[in-house]
Design a protein around this ligand. Structure first.
Ligand code: HSO
Ligand code: ZN
Length: 385
């Protein structure tokens, strides 16, 4: 499919839309009228909730923006530059989450990306998810394409007549979308390949069992592969949480781990490196320093993961499957590149030149040595004049 889209452009995308999703696309872009109608259909209180979320996500990401710096005396600096174009993917059906549109588009916007586009599948005659479209508008998405699945990833990666090639593709998708992203990686950047969502609750005797159970259930609701794990040093809490759960989570989705003490609980979490780590303990800030591996850290009984999913501020796109050991939650940094700048003065050059020449000689690269030596000689000649 990727090869076909690369070769065939729009017409290949159309052909697959009809083949896979039974959709007969006049235009690849969602018509303006449908975007307007989606906006009008969105209830005011929901718009306000999305706008509040958008404001908080914007503020959080603005606060984390790195700045350019230049040290004129040392002749060194680093300039920060946003990516030019980013493509977001929003899955169709029940996994169409407006929150994910905010959580991917806003960090890109705040980073200064000039063009942010969204691809989401059109299924047959069905209308698109109007809240997803409203969220795209609130997040300032520039264009919405009604294409999905592997062909959408191909179109964003290679470009077609109507869809411009992007520099980075972000957002969750089913397993085919995830693999398509992996296949185009290198051609474009991707945010990651995400597996099923995971949450670990570390709770002590003081934790509220009703809250613990509610958080485990919220996590398990995502899909049958989602995992919800409670780690505790309190046998008593296990009884009370189990009573609250009342069989609402299947064995495949969850488990409860009894540890000797809280130090061991933290060690378990660091070993698993979960996407979400929630500390339901008396003094969560005191333990935060011990956490090494987690996609996102949620502290205390009033910071359940669900607040992070929707409204707290950080992006809810977080590394899964233990990849939190080496990668980070989506943020402005994923949409920026840094460019080191070297602007040495004559004095700095004179101080450092001989060492560079020496290393060049050791590497057997006389041309490199010469590029420095020519200047050193020139400076010496100027000074004796
Ligand atoms: N918990 C999910 C995000 C999400 N939850 C979206 C609800 N909607 C990511 O791990
Ligand atoms: Zn969630």
């Amino acid at each position: 499919m990727l090869r076909d889209v690369r070769a065939g452009g729009d017409s290949a995308v159309r052909r697959y839309a009809s083949l896979l999703d039974d959709a007969d696309l006049d235009t690849l872009e969602v018509p303006e009228a449908e975007l307007e109608a989606a906006w009008d259909d969105t209830p005011d209180d929901l718009k306000q909730a999305l706008q509040l979320a958008a404001r908080r996500i914007t503020e959080f990401h603005e606060a984390t923006l790195p700045r350019d710096w230049v040290d004129l005396s040392g002749g060194l600096g680093e300039l920060v530059r946003p990516l030019e174009r980013v493509g977001l993917y929003a899955p169709g059906g029940t996994a169409a989450y407006p929150s994910t549109v905010l959580m991917t588009a806003i960090p890109a916007r705040v980073a200064g990306v000039s063009e942010v586009v969204l691809a989401t599948p059109r299924r047959g005659q069905e209308p698109l998810n109007s809240t997803v479209l409203a969220a795209a508008r609130i997040a300032g998405v520039d264009a919405v394409y009604q294409v999905g699945g592997v062909p959408a990833i191909g179109a964003l990666a290679y470009g077609t007549e109507t869809i411009r090639k992007v520099d980075k593709i972000c957002g969750p998708g089913n397993v085919f979308v995830a693999y398509a992203k992996r296949m185009v990686q290198g051609q474009v950047d991707i945010d990651g390949v995400f597996g099923p969502t995971e949450t670990i609750l570390l709770a002590d005797e003081s934790a509220n069992p009703v809250f613990c159970a509610a958080d485990l259930i919220a996590q398990a609701e995502h899909d049958p592969m989602a995992s919800a794990i409670l780690v505790t040093d309190s046998q008593n809490l296990i009884y009370t949480v189990e009573a609250e759960l009342d069989g609402q989570i299947t064995e495949r989705q969850g488990c409860i781990v009894l540890v000797d003490d809280f130090t061991e609980a933290i060690a378990v979490a660091n070993h698993i490196a979960p996407e979400h780590l929630c500390l339901m303990v008396a003094n969560p800030w005191a333990w935060a320093g011990q956490v090494r591996n987690a996609g996102g850290l949620f502290l205390g009984e009033f910071s359940p993961e669900v607040m992070g999913d929707y409204i707290a501020g950080p992006s809810h796109v977080m590394p899964t499957g233990g990849t939190a050991r080496f990668s980070s939650a989506l943020s402005v940094h994923h949409f920026l590149r840094t460019m080191p700048v070297v602007g040495l003065s004559l004095q700095r050059f004179t101080d450092l030149g001989a060492a560079a020449v020496r290393i060049a000689e050791a590497e057997g690269l006389p041309g490199h040595a010469g590029a420095v030596q020519a200047r050193l000689d020139h400076i010496a000649a100027m000074q004796t004049r």
